[in-house]
Write a protein that binds this ligand. Structure first.
Ligand code: ITT
Length: 192
């Protein structure tokens, strides 16, 4: 089974590949498809991406919309995770978040991932969400992973995703939870 992946983020693509059933062949799209992410939720944005790519390609696609949601900041940066301080490096973005959080003892947060599958031939679409709970560290730690991984400590661990890396992320991350759920469902209903 061939499924296209509606993402330009190679880190995401590599992580999704770790949880895809072996009979599924993930194809990346190497031409430009610009999608305006106007949704207010992760689910909305992942549906927007899947629909745009799916209509353009005419074949089944999956999309991932994800981000970091910090409780004391009212869920910020949330769907703005990629666009926050646009143009700045992730070190700068993380330093800015740590600065916003400097007076808070309450540091709970979660990573959220909405995974959508869209088959334009059957006009069939399904979205699921996965999340991983944790806390925001006091400083940037580790250089594995990507994005906000070096400031997120998953529940049950004392290291950040930036220190733990893919071996742990592939079992417990928001992305692995969401995509495992998505592929299990697609198998259950005979779509793949
Ligand atoms: P596509 O839309 O092309 O898939 P993107 O990077 O723009 O790529 P999003 O709009 O979903 O994707 O933004 C997700 C951002 O949330 C991502 O760029 C990171 O900053 C953050 N993020 C999501 N998952 C993460 C993870 O596993 N580890 C660290 N940061 C993550």
């Amino acid at each position: 089974v061939k499924i296209y992946i509606a993402s330009k983020n190679n880190h995401k693509i590599e992580e999704i590949k770790l949880v895809v059933p072996e009979f599924v062949e993930l194809e990346t799209v190497n031409w430009e498809i610009d999608v305006e992410e106007t949704g207010e939720t992760f689910i909305e944005n992942s549906i927007i991406k899947a629909l745009e790519y799916g209509k353009e390609i005419g074949q089944p696609v999956i999309a991932d919309d994800s981000g970091l949601s910090i409780d004391v900041l009212g869920g910020f940066p949330g769907v703005m995770s990629a666009r926050y301080l646009e143009g700045a490096s992730y070190v700068e973005k993380m330093e800015s978040i740590l600065q916003l959080m400097r007076n808070y003892e309450e540091r709970s947060a979660k990573f959220v991932c909405a995974a959508t599958y869209f088959n334009p031939i059957k006009n069939f679409l399904i979205s699921v969400e996965g999340y991983v709970e944790g806390t925001i560290s006091r400083e940037i730690r580790g250089d594995k992973g990507f994005g906000y991984d070096p400031i997120f400590i998953p529940k049950g661990y004392d290291k950040t995703f930036g220190e733990l890396g893919e071996e742990v992320k592939k079992h417990i991350s928001h992305r692995s939870v969401a995509f495992k759920k998505l592929f299990e469902f697609l198998m259950k209903v005979g779509e793949i």
